[in-house]
Every structure is written in C-alpha cells, then in structure tokens.
Design a protein around this ligand. Structure first.
Ligand code: NI
Length: 176
C-alpha cells in the first residue's frame, strides 16, 4: 500500500464533479489498490474521511469512519457512487475539518439523519442509515464528489478557527 498526496484547497481537482464508477471497474485490482491506498492515507493523516478527488482521482468514491465516535481502531467504510437521502428535515451545526484544508476548523449545518445508497468495494449495493457525526462525515465526503468544500456549507465564517485555537477554546463544545 502507499500513502497518497492529498490535494489542498485551490487545486482545481477539488472543484470538479467526479465521475460515477462502473460496477465492472470496482473489482479491478487497480481500483482495489486505490481503495486500500486511500484508507491508508486517511489513517496516516488522522482523517475520518477521504474522497477520491482529494487524492487527484475524479471518481465517485470515498472512505470514511462512519461511527459516532471513531478512533484509530475503527474500520473504514468504502462508499462508491453515493446517493444521500435525508430522512428528516432536521439539521444541526457541528465542527468540521478537511485534509485538503489543513489545520482549520469551522462549523456548519448538516442533516442529522440520512440514508446513503451506494456500492461497496465488491460492487454490491449497500444502504447505510447514518445519524449525527457519521451522517456529517458522509455528507462532507459526498460533497467532495461534487466539488463542494465545507466552507461552502458554512452559514457564517465567524466560527473559523485554526486547529491550535480550536483545541484551546472550542474542543469542549465539539459534539462531533
Ligand atoms: Ni474534506
């Protein structure tokens, strides 16, 4: 496996719409290696999600730790061609960061209760019912596939903070 270079904000690949993945492509060894490399890269940089455009691949694929409180022992979930269906109109504000926007945190609204329809790494259809933090991660990563960054979702930039100041002043109200 290899650790991949992560594109940073400003790179045009982060603003392009990624292409759907053909089912027949999913099982190919190169695609499987891409998945493994993305998982390794996400853990290396302590991310909770990583979308293919972030590693310069314009395909609709992300990996993420889709749990309420992910840790280093969490298993990465592989999500291909995701479709997000909100299960209620309810949204909540929460903190987000992004490996493509290093050392910055900001708060924005996300749906709190979603269904994700996608393919897994065996090209089998899956449905994930996600709430709160896991739902936030899935929405953040799916946005990457449409060239959308979390800054675009923020209602105000007032909460923007560097990571060090986040840890010092804001981590206590981090609900995920
Ligand atoms: Ni991101």
């Amino acid at each position: 496996m290899s650790i991949l270079k992560v594109a940073r904000m400003g790179h045009p690949v982060l603003r392009a719409r990624a292409k759907a993945v053909e089912k027949s492509v999913v099982r190919q060894p190169l695609f499987q290696k891409l998945i493994d490399d993305m998982i390794e890269t996400m853990f290396e940089y302590h991310g909770v999600g990583l979308a293919a455009p972030q590693i310069h691949e314009g395909v609709r694929l992300f990996v993420g730790l889709l749990e309420e409180e992910p840790g280093p022992d969490s298993d990465a979930v592989v999500v291909i061609n995701p479709e997000i269906v909100p299960q209620s109109p309810s949204t909540a504000d929460g903190w987000e960061g992004c490996l493509s926007i290093p050392d910055i945190r900001g708060m924005g609204p996300r749906h709190t209760d979603i269904l994700v329809r996608a393919l897994d790494r065996d090209a089998k259809p899956i449905e994930l019912k996600l709430k709160n933090f896991a739902a936030r991660v899935a929405q953040h990563e799916t946005d990457h596939l449409d060239g959308v960054l979390f800054f675009d979702r923020m209602k105000s930039f007032e909460s923007l903070t560097f990571l060090e100041e986040y840890s010092r002043y804001h981590a206590k109200d981090d609900e995920g």
